[in-house]
Design a binder for this molecule. Sequence first.
Ligand code: ASP
Length: 341
Amino acid sequence: MRVLLYTVIYCLMPLHSVFAQNDEKPKVIILTTGGTIASRTDAPLIEGPALVQAVPQLADYADVRVEEVVRIGSSQMTPAIWLRILRRIDELARTEPDLACILITHGTDTMEETAFFLNLTHRHEVPIVITGSMRSANALSADGPANLVDALRAGIAPGARGKGVMVVLNDNIHAARDLTKSDNQRLQTFLPTERGYLGFVDDEQVTFYRTPEQRHTLDSPFDVVNAEALPEVDILKDFAGLDPAILEFFRKRKTDGLVLETFAGGRSSAALRSVTSLPDDHKPIVIASSLRGSRIMGTHPEGTPVIVANDLPANKARILLMLALTRTKDVEEIQGYFDTY
Ligand code: ASP
């Protein structure tokens, strides 16, 4: 987190073992993507195999192999890289049906977005757990190694299946749908909505306390493994005195949809209020709240392109709209996805 600039490195580093193989233990694959967990304040990002090799405790729990997918700061994450990660996961899940779980290391800036994307598009049973760190690898009390071991323990724990994609950081297990980065410095950066954590990783054991109600993974209809690209959706944030020309710019841009991040309960400035008088053949416009976990309820106003995001924040509403648009342009149907995912 303290390293601000990263070089984008696209890697083709095949799967390899960094510890002695152990056929008795659960099989786990770690896909690395960069982020602070792979950063040092004095050197370039650490390669995936070296990152994992530095945590020999992983081998106490599992037969671990590692593959670097990409080596970037997660502010450089893109939908194209999401698709690459998804394709690799799909290949691994199909060719290695005995995998206990797949871990992904990732920067925290866009971790919640990658997690939610995979939550809606990973259509296999094998659990996916994403982790990272807030402190660089060479910092005093670096949190990366413990997070990696915790993530692995959560992924292989009884009860990990059926929870959707999970994020583990600072001993807490989050549902991909419900977490938000909240702080730029603290180890406890990820906060859940009021629904709380899925569970905890303690020294003694991993405990799950709930299962997400919203649909995900195997229940998801979003089949984009072979997609070359995803539909494009912008986010426009509302503010006091927003100039209507800004909305016009976003409305007319050649994108497939738009998310408006409005004030608390969906209330918006005069400029944005005008979207309810647009015809329903306009590109879909999702109204999301700027407050973590705030619910914008109700159905979409008939005859308009407006969809309500329920409690999804704008960044996740964008992902769901991108995926919904791979299946339909019908506003009612898209609202249906927002009601159930
Ligand atoms: N800049 C970092 C990133 O890659 C932040 C982090 O990993 O904590 O998102």
